[in-house]
Design a protein around this ligand. Structure first.
Ligand SMILES: *[C@@H]1O[C@H](CO)[C@@H](O)[C@H](O)[C@H]1NC(C)=O
Ligand SMILES: *[C@@H]1O[C@H](CO)[C@@H](O)[C@H](O)[C@H]1NC(C)=O
Ligand SMILES: CC(=O)N[C@H]1CO[C@H](CO)[C@@H](O)[C@@H]1O
Length: 389
């Protein structure tokens, strides 16, 4: 009998140890529960703040102009209306969301006017991509997630009526011409978008598996219910990758068909290759082991990703205190080719970390390698931060 009890206890204990090893420790590592935040890589004297641009969740640097495109709102209204974070109070959302450009050489901010945009509600911006047109170098396409409120229904019960807007712009004008609103059952809980240069096709992430109301921001990080969809404005939409954990930022390389998807609570970046028929094949997974956010690529083909060293700070920021000093980190990932490569396919470097003093709560970073400028902004941040590094 004693032997039996001992055996049972051992089995229980061993199962618990395996559970810890396989699930709990990796999760606590990604969440940064025991992490000490370092401070390096940024010099406060080399940073400028632009408070005119607030709550710009998603910034996109366009080359060769070096113009930064930003999708902005107000910090307070983001706390009321951000469907992916279960904030579904449509009455309190901003009616003044906008898309702006920032020119780092002149420090000039310009709000872009929406032309031909016939909607019965104001735009509610979130993920965005800005792509030079393949057929005309002086034209751009802007792809934008728009979280509309459902008409006549309670968003707390049915979720948001999220759509994707496609606009066309010229490089020199402060106007966006609306081309199409794409609404489709596959666009469930869209977060970020990667557009193609034809102005017709785009990939997007769904950050949840359903529109239904989720109970917490960090809801079940082990369940893999998020997905990537592809749409063509003339031919409709389909899901091209599913069963992914907490998908967030998405980015397409401009020179080839590689697509990167960041998994925020998975702490990793999944690398896909777009096939001829627009489906995706899985190529690689790059582990970073921190809570990750949006992705960007610089002029030297290096990938940049914003990260949160400690998840509890971002939770505090996004649920209670808009001015909570929230540590920030940025990683740079390059292909590891050449004599120094040690068999690892990707070189992952942490470029900076800050405790929230110089920069706080950044959800998006973009690096201008022609001008050595790093742009950082966040979904509820009170300013754009630009640092020379
Ligand atoms: C390219 O776009 C610009 C701006 O819309 C337009 O003025 C010009 O005619 C276009 N060029 C061609 C070759 O279509
Ligand atoms: C595609 O482009 C990216 C960034 O420009 C580069 O890092 C990557 O190695 C390229 N992938 C392939 C398969 O050529
Ligand atoms: C975790 C997180 O906030 N990720 C952000 C990445 O960017 C998308 C789109 O811009 C945002 O929706 C996400 O909030």
């Amino acid at each position: 009998m004693a032997l039996f009890v001992t055996t049972v206890l051992c089995v229980v204990f061993a199962s618990f140890a395996i559970l810890c090893q396989v699930y709990l420790l990796p999760l606590l590592t990604v969440l940064g529960t025991f992490r000490t935040v370092q401070t390096f890589g940024l010099d406060a004297a080399a940073c400028t703040r632009i408070p005119e641009l607030q709550a710009c969740e998603k910034i996109v640097l366009v080359r060769p102009s070096g113009l930064l495109y930003l999708a902005c709102s107000t910090p307070e209204s983001r706390l009321a209306w951000t469907p992916g974070m279960n904030q579904l109070n449509a009455e309190e959302r901003s009616s003044d969301d906008y898309i702006a450009t920032y020119d780092s050489t002149t420090s000039k901010v310009a709000r872009l006017r929406l032309e031909d945009f016939d909607s019965d509600q104001p735009i509610s911006v979130h993920g965005m991509d800005v792509v030079s047109s393949a057929s005309n170098a002086s034209e751009l396409f802007v792809y934008m997630i728009n979280h509309r409120a459902p008409s006549g229904q309670d968003p707390r019960k049915v979720g948001a009526d999220s759509v994707i807007e496609v606009f066309k712009a010229t490089v020199s004008e402060n106007r966006l011409f609306h081309i199409k609103t794409v609404r489709d059952p596959t666009i469930v809980s869209p977060n970020d978008i990667a557009g193609l240069a034809d102005g017709k096709g785009f990939y997007f992430t769904n950050d949840h598996g359903s529109k239904a109301v989720y109970d917490s921001m960090i809801q079940n990080p082990w369940s893999a219910t998020t997905s990537v969809g592809y749409c063509h404005i003339d031919h409709g939409c389909e899901i091209v990758a599913s069963g992914l954990p907490s998908s967030n930022g998405i980015l397409k390389a401009s020179s080839n068909d590689t697509i990167y998807v960041s998994s925020s609570f998975g702490g990793k970046i999944t690398v896909f290759q777009k096939r001829e028929d627009n489906s995706l094949s899985l190529m690689d997974v790059i582990s970073i082991d921190q809570v990750l956010d949006n992705l960007s690529i610089d002029n030297e083909d290096r990938l940049w990703v914003a990260a949160f060293p400690r998840a509890r700070d971002i939770k505090e920021l996004l649920s209670k205190d808009l001015d909570h000093a929230t540590p920030v980190a940025a990683f740079r990932i390059s292909s590891n080719i050449g004599p120094s490569s040690n068999g690892e396919k990707y070189k992952v470097e942490k470029v900076l970390e800050d405790d929230g003093t110089i920069v706080s709560g950044s959800t998006s970073v973009a690096y201008d390698s022609d001008r050595n400028l790093l742009f950082m902004h966040g979904i509820v941040a009170r300013q754009l931060t630009v640092c020379r590094i």
